[in-house]
Ligand binder design. Structure first.
Ligand SMILES: [Zn+2]
Ligand SMILES: [Zn+2]
Length: 140
């Protein structure tokens, strides 16, 4: 279901590597590549694709997520059994970010821009080529 848009109104499902955690998201607001150093550490990946939904549009449907506070007001949810990162929740923001790669059909959502490219690794050159690049957070 690759429609080339970040927005996606029908529910999408996803889960962690071991299958303990399952979730559902609706009404995707945006999708983007993050090149920040914290996402790099949290995922072990050179860059991490995320999708953003309203907090009420993310629902855990199976399992109990483990939690890590990576900075004040920020909670990262992951699977306590296999370690897959699932969710980034910043208390003062209306939306939450879900790791796009844990969707059952990641190609259903296409990232539309990059953020924190000031810390992008050379090896990610060509990744998402042609999409707008923002040195830090995107100004909404
Ligand atoms: Zn797991
Ligand atoms: Zn990041």
């Amino acid at each position: 279901m690759s429609n080339g848009r970040a927005t996606h109104d029908s529910p999408l499902t996803g889960g962690c590597l071991c299958g303990h955690l399952r979730y559902r998201v609706r009404h995707i607001q945006s999708a983007y590549w993050c090149h920040c150093t914290m996402c790099r550490r949290a995922s072990g990946s050179a860059a991490l694709p995320w999708l953003t939904v309203a907090r009420a549009d993310f629902e855990v449907t199976a399992g109990t997520p483990a939690r890590f506070s990576s900075s004040p007001g920020v909670t990262r949810l992951f699977c306590g059994q296999c370690g897959s990162p699932i969710l980034f929740d910043m208390a003062q923001e209306a939306g939450v970010d879900v790791t796009l790669g844990t969707l059952d059909d990641p190609d259903a959502v296409a990232p539309t821009h990059h953020i924190w490219t000031q810390s992008a690794l050379k090896m990610t050159a060509g990744l998402g080529a042609g999409l707008p690049r923002h040195e830090a957070e995107r100004e909404e």
